[in-house]
Design a protein around this ligand. Structure first.
Ligand SMILES: [Zn+2]
Length: 419
């Protein structure tokens, strides 16, 4: 069988593995959150708070969708016309067009152009966040964060690009197989490394100060049977007023992180509800599952890029002879951009199901639906989230159940256990 035949077979195998993983490991059956309870929860929220949040979200909306649209158009313009391949050539020219220069500098130049065209929308978003008092870092802090994230992406991108095009040179016929394995390995590696190496670039983390609350949280983790070495506090307040918490990392790098804002704004019972939700993620190994699906997805993406990218009409459009050339990178980026937009709703749906399970875990672990509900109200009030967002937007990109869904789930739970 030809390498192409094997690639088709491999892609089919990875596709099946992805679907099976998602079917088995994503909790598709979600706890009840009746619409009647949702509407009652919405009526119970202060009208001016809901109005304010909706104004804020409508102010963000046009720029958000425009950024997606413009980003897509530019990716297509670079990938499906000879423009992108010329940019790669240009970036490699000072080094005599050497393949390493084309691969790294050309690749990064294409990514940078794609980023720069959406920069005005990012700035506009920051101005809205500032106007509504959610951003606290000013334009200087915003610019520094932006440069840091460009630097981090450039380092990771350069390693990935060099690795990718080295593999292509070493194995011209089978690079897609090694590339797929490499992409999957990179995803797993980043899951371990990002919390330790990259998160500290943007925030400072300190162990939570000894306090009755901290003891209570550690006790909660122990009762839950989740090995958490520490609860870390992030100095998020220098950037935002938003409150949040998350769990990241795998094995020895796993950590529960709470924003300093959260500790300042919320009651101990509410913080406990949030941490109990995060413990749910840890207990159900949601980061591992996310890493596994991410690794399978990355491997499938490399094989799919090889197969689709070798299609002669696409190569003609991009003005290149082979998908294996660094000059074809803009074509690959265009395909990845389209795939990202297409798969966003699927990823969002899986994320919402996983989040609903963590909510159910928090309710069961704390047995305190009242604190859970008041935490949801506070999250919505401080973060200016629309408690019951437009359906299409929710279906396309919401990573969490809506505030009214989460409150409805808490009320349904309270009825079930008779609290
Ligand atoms: Zn969560």
């Amino acid at each position: 069988m030809s390498p192409r035949g094997w690639a088709v077979l491999t892609l089919a195998g990875l596709g099946v593995a992805l679907v099976v993983t998602a079917l088995v490991l994503v909790p598709w059956q979600r706890p009840p959150a009746p619409r009647a309870d949702q509407l009652a929860a919405l009526r119970d929220l202060p009208t001016e708070q809901v109005e304010h949040a909706r104004q804020f979200r409508s102010a963000l909306r046009p720029g958000g969708w425009a950024a997606l649209g413009v980003g897509l158009l530019v990716a297509l313009a670079l990938g499906l016309t000879p423009l992108g391949s010329r940019l790669v050539e240009l970036a490699g020219r000072p080094f005599g067009g050497h393949w390493i220069a084309q691969a790294i500098l050309g690749g990064l130049a294409v990514v940078l152009v794609a980023d720069l065209v959406t920069l005005p929308f990012a700035a506009w978003r920051h101005s809205v966040l500032t106007r509504y008092g959610l951003a606290t870092n000013g334009w200087g802090g915003w610019a520094v964060d932006l440069l840091k994230s460009y630097a981090v992406s450039a380092v990771i991108g350069a390693v990935a690009l060099l690795g990718f095009y080295t593999v292509i040179r070493l194995a011209p016929r089978w690079w897609w197989a090694f590339g797929a394995a490499g992409a999957a390995t990179l995803v797993v590696l980043l899951s371990f490394v990002l919390p330790v190496l990259v998160e500290p670039v943007f925030n400072r983390f300190s162990p939570m100060e000894p306090s009755p609350l901290r003891s209570q949280l550690m006790e909660l983790a122990e009762r839950d049977g989740v090995p958490v070495r520490d609860v870390l506090v992030a100095d998020a307040s220098r950037r935002t007023r938003a409150v949040n918490a998350y769990v990241s990392g795998l094995g020895p790098t796993r950590r529960v992180v709470v924003y300093d804002n959260l500790l300042r704004e919320a009651t101990p019972a509410e913080v406990t509800a949030v941490v109990a939700h995060e413990l749910g993620h840890a207990r159900d190994r949601d980061v591992s599952v996310g890493t596994l699906t991410g690794a399978l997805g990355a491997a499938a993406a490399v094989v799919a890029l090889y197969l689709i990218g070798s299609w002669p009409p696409l190569l003609r459009l991009a003005g290149v002879d082979s998908v294996a050339q660094p000059r074809a990178f803009p074509l690959l980026l265009a395909l990845v951009t389209v795939a990202g937009l297409v798969f966003t709703p699927v990823q969002s749906l899986m994320s919402r199901r996983v989040e609903a399970r963590a909510d159910a875990h928090a309710l069961a672990l704390t047995g305190d639906p009242a604190a859970f509900e008041s935490m949801q109200r506070r999250l919505s009030a401080v973060n200016l989230s629309d408690p019951d967002p437009p359906r299409w937007e929710y279906l396309y990109s919401a990573s969490h159940p809506s505030t009214v869904e989460r409150i409805a789930a808490a009320r349904a739970y309270a009825r079930k256990v008779g609290r």
